[in-house]
Design a protein around this ligand. Structure first.
Ligand code: PGA
Ligand code: ZN
Length: 410
């Protein structure tokens, strides 16, 4: 049973303020979770903090902490309902999604410690688990990097041919490293600067950025689509201009109509044999996403801003066949309970899940467990940077666990 719950203000990897919560059970089992936050935030995601202020969310926790005392820390629904008892909004605007995130995951971590078992086991009744393939940012642009970098937000690597979690992490690291050499040759003024998620942030336009990424893979003797595959997070809502009804590529200097955008994404998917294409059109373009999903059955046509880890919105995407994969970011949903509901709906409908970090992260690693428990096919957590490597290192620790056997089937 929960004996205390307390929060504090800390900083995320971008140096912005965030909330950390400690949930204690039986006076000694402490679950501690620090909330992440995004930069390319979906219109329909949970609000991060009450009034946009971490301090205000923390105040709400202080005022309501007594309501949690005596609850079973493993009773996720009970914890969730208690949060909802003082936030009736649909998007956690009263308490902030960050608070819902931290309280629910910290409770489950506290319960795991009391039960002396890993978090993924507490979150799932399955008797065996498979590792999701790490998917990581090797080149960043858009909202995650400065002027001159690609408009496209993320170019990602995934070692789709890897047989073990060790091999998949090693391969991603090797490609990230090789890309640095390629970029240094390409541009003698390249500073080795990186974007928010650890991908290199060179001054290159979109096509060139994709070409150097492919070159890094080939230099290592890998064939795209075999040992390794590339992915892209277009994060197209950041380009979408509602008034013009066009996608505006400021940095590259062109604009796409909605049909041009579909062709733009389709060309990239084909040319670079992408295994993964996220938010290739803007967050309300469900029909345009359907076109891509029909056209590319062998690519994970993935919703992030499109589906915002929201069960109702995912239902709509399923009805319209708008995607065959979806990002799971617990803080988009708010509470872990909401996120697991979303995961169930996705799994029941053959929507492949990708559990994901945010661009502003903590050094916590619970999402590695959440990826396992939700049967995620991929875990999108970056390649380098302390806050990214923390999640990968946790997967390596978990490889000592005999309940987890082999890699997921993507
Ligand atoms: P965010 O970006 O965490 O900045 O929202 C990540 C993404 O769009 O996938
Ligand atoms: Zn995204």
């Amino acid at each position: 049973k929960i004996t205390s719950i307390e929060g504090r203000i800390l900083y995320n990897s971008r140096g912005s303020k965030t909330i950390e919560v400690d949930v204690e059970s039986e006076g000694k089992f402490v679950g501690r979770v620090c909330a992440p936050s995004g930069a390319s935030v979906g219109k329909y995601e949970a609000v991060s903090f009450r009034n946009g202020r971490p301090e205000d969310s923390l105040q709400v926790l202080k005022e309501n902490s007594q309501k949690f005392i005596g609850l079973e820390s493993s009773d996720l629904k009970g914890i969730h309902d208690t949060l909802k008892s003082f936030d009736n909004s649909s998007n956690y605007s009263e308490i902030g999604g960050a608070l819902a995130f931290a309280v629910t995951i910290a409770s489950m971590e506290s319960a795991s410690k009391a039960l002396d078992q890993p978090l993924f086991k507490t979150l799932s009744n399955e008797s065996s688990f498979k590792f999701p393939f790490p998917l990581g940012n090797i080149l960043g642009g858009g909202a995650h990097a400065g002027p001159g970098t690609p408009d496209i937000q993320e170019i990602l690597i995934c070692a789709t041919g890897a047989k073990t979690i060790e091999e998949s992490i090693e391969t991603n690291l090797a490609v990230h490293k090789e890309l640095r050499s390629v970029l240094e040759k390409e541009d003698p003024n390249f500073t080795n600067g990186r974007g928010d998620e650890g991908g290199w942030a060179p001054k290159l336009e979109n096509q060139k950025a994709l070409e150097v990424s492919a070159m890094a893979c080939e230099n290592l003797g890998f064939t795209l689509g075999k040992e390794v595959s590339l992915g892209v997070d277009f994060a197209s809502s950041t380009q979408w201009n509602e008034e013009k009804s066009k996608y505006v590529y400021d940095r590259a200097g062109f604009e796409n109509t909605t049909s041009e955008q579909i062709d733009f994404a389709a060309d990239i998917i084909e040319k670079f044999k992408l295994i993964y294409a996220e938010d290739a059109v803007h967050e309300e373009a469900f029909e345009d996403m359907s076109e891509l999903t029909a056209k590319f059955p062998n690519t994970l046509i993935t919703g992030d801003d499109l589906t915002v880890t929201n069960k109702g919105i995912l239902s709509k995407a399923i009805d319209k066949k708008s995607c065959n994969a979806a990002i799971l970011k617990v803080n988009q949903a708010g509470s872990l309970y909401d996120a697991l509901e979303f995961a169930n709906l996705a799994n029941e409908n053959n929507i492949r899940l990708i559990t994901s970090h945010r661009s502003g992260e903590s050094t916590d690693s619970q999402i590695s467990h959440i990826g396992l428990a939700t049967k995620s096919k991929m875990l999108k957590v970056g390649v380098v940077g302390g806050e990214r490597v923390a999640k990968l290192n946790e997967l390596l620790r978990l490889s000592e666990h005999d309940l987890i056997r082999g890699m997921a089937e993507v």
